[in-house]
Write a protein that binds this ligand. Structure first.
Ligand code: NAI
Length: 354
C-alpha cells in the first residue's frame, strides 16, 4: 500500500511526515487520538524495507496506544513515532545525537499534541537527548528529571496479570503449582522471571541469544527451551515477552498451554486469532491491557505525581481489569481480545461524549 491508501484507511487524527536529508531518514508521528488526553507513545528507531512500511507501522502502533491508555485509565491518548533510518546508528555513533535532536525539534513543533518516550532501539539516554529540545518527553533518566526505564514496572504489571489470569483459570493464584514459559529475556522478560521465581513457579525461558538464556536460567533456577521449540512446549502459562505476531493460525494449533499472558505488543497476528484462542480453550490476556505497566509508570511518576504506593496499587489493578474483561468475555461468549477492545473503545467513546 502507498502513503495515500494507508492514511485513507486509518481512523486517527493526524500523521506528521518529516524527511531528514542528512541521514536519508524519514520521521513519522502518528497521533491516533487525543480524546482522552495528549497522544503518548514511544519512538521506534528502525530500518524498514520502504517508507510506506514505516508509515504502516506508526499508524498501527499509534492506534494500539489509544486502547492501551484507555484500558489503563490514564489521561493520555494514543500516539507513536517512527524514525525510519537506512541503518540503525549505534549508541556511540556520531550521527545518532544530531538525528535525535532534529527529531526532538519535530516533537516540539507539535506543541504537546504528541508526547514521546522510548521504544524499540531507543532508551533512557536517547530520551535525555530528545529532552534537550522538547519538554514533551517521558522516560528520561532520573538524573535528568525523568523516571527512567519503565521495564521493571511493565514486568510487575505482567506478573499481576498472570496471577489474576491463573486465578480465573485454576481457581487460585498460587503460582507454586504452575509452570510458566517466558519467551524473551530483555528488559521486561528477565524481571518477570524473577517475580515468577519468587512466587515459586516452575519457570522455563527462551531467548534468541542463547548465552543470555543460559545465564538467566542459571541465576533463576529455570530451564532453557530452544527458541524454535517455544510454541509446542507444554506449560500452564506462555508469556511472550519478545516480539509481536506470535499468535497466528499456524502457531495457535500447536500451543500446549492454558494461558497466554505476556508483555509483547501486538501478539495476535490477525483479529480472528483472539477467537481462535478461545476455541482452543486458551485464555488470552489482551496484550495492551497486561503490558500497560510501562505507560502507567511514565504517566504516574512524571505527570500525575504518584508515590510508590499509588504505583503499586495501579499496577495491581491490571489484574482487576483483566478479571473484568474475562467476566465480560465469558458472559457474552466472545473472545477476551474482543471484550478488551469493547471496553477500551467504550471508554474513549464516553470521553468523547458519545
Ligand atoms: P528487549 O529488546 O529488552 O528484549 C527482547 C528480548 O527478546 C531480547 O533478549 C531478544 O534477544 C529476545 N528475542 C527477540 N526475538 C525472540 C524470539 N523470536 N525468541 C526468543 N527471544 C527473542 O525488549 P523489552 O523491553 O523487554 O520488551 C519486550 C516486549 O514487550 C516487546 O514486544 C515490547 O514491545 C513489549 N513492551 C515493553 C515495554 C517496556 O516497558 N519495555 C512496555 C510494553 C510492551
Amino acid at each position: 500500500m502507498g502513503f495515500e491508501e494507508l492514511v485513507d484507511t486509518w481512523d486517527g487524527e493526524e500523521v506528521v511526515i518529516h524527511r531528514d536529508p542528512p541521514t536519508s531518514s524519514w520521521m513519522f508521528v502518528g497521533v491516533h487520538s487525543t480524546v482522552t488526553g495528549p497522544a503518548m507513545g514511544g519512538t521506534r528507531l528502525k530500518s524498514y524495507p520502504s517508507p510506506a512500511d514505516a508509515l504502516d507501522d506508526v499508524l498501527r502502533l499509534s492506534d494500539a496506544m489509544t486502547w492501551k491508555q484507555a484500558a489503563a485509565d490514564l489521561p493520555f491518548g494514543g500516539g507513536k513515532a517512527v524514525i525510519a533510518v537506512p541503518d540503525v546508528p549505534a549508541r556511540e555513533s556520531a550521527e545518532r545525537r544530531p538525528l535525535l535532536l532534529r527529531y526532538a525539534e519535530l516533537v516540539e513543533s507539535l506543541h504537546g499534541t504528541y508526547v514521546t518516550a522510548a521504544d524499540m532501539n531507543t532508551g533512557e539516554a536517547d530520551m535525555d537527548v530528545v529532552g534537550e529540545r522538547t519538554s514533551h518527553v517521558l522516560g528520561r533518566s532520573e538524573a535528568n528529571g525523568g523516571s527512567g526505564d519503565p521495564g521493571a514496572d511493565t514486568a510487575r504489571g505482567v506478573f499481576h496479570g498472570i496471577e489474576a489470569t491463573v486465578r480465573h483459570v485454576f481457581g487460585t493464584d498460587d503460582l507454586a503449582a504452575r509452570s510458566v514459559l517466558v519467551q524473551g529475556l530483555g528488559s521486561v522478560g528477565s524481571r518477570l522471571v524473577e517475580h515468577l521465581r519468587d512466587a515459586g513457579a516452575t519457570v522455563s525461558v527462551a531467548d534468541l541469544d542463547g548465552a543470555r538464556a543460559g545465564a538467566v536460567a542459571e541465576e533463576m533456577g529455570a530451564t532453557v527451551v530452544a527458541p524454535g521449540d517455544v510454541i509446542g512446549t507444554v506449560c500452564d502459562v506462555f508469556a511472550p515477552c519478545a516480539t509481536g505476531k506470535v499468535l497466528t493460525e499456524a502457531t495457535i494449533r500447536h500451543l500446549r498451554c492454558r494461558i497466554v499472558a505476556g508483555a509483547a505488543n501486538n501478539q495476535l497476528g490477525a483479529a480472528e486469532d483472539g477467537e481462535r484462542l478461545r476455541e482452543a480453550g486458551i485464555l488470552f490476556a489482551p496484550d495492551f491491557v497486561i503490558n500497560a505497566g510501562g505507560v502507567i509508570h511514565l504517566a504516574g511518576y512524571e505527570t500525575l505525581g504518584w508515590d510508590e504506593s499509588t504505583m503499586t496499587k495501579r499496577l495491581e489493578a491490571i489484574g482487576d481489569t483483566l478479571l473484568e474483561i474475562y467476566e465480560a468475555a465469558d458472559g457474552e461468549g466472545i473472545s477476551t481480545a474482543a471484550a478488551a477492545d469493547r471496553m477500551a473503545r467504550g471508554r474513549v467513546a464516553a470521553a468523547r461524549g458519545g
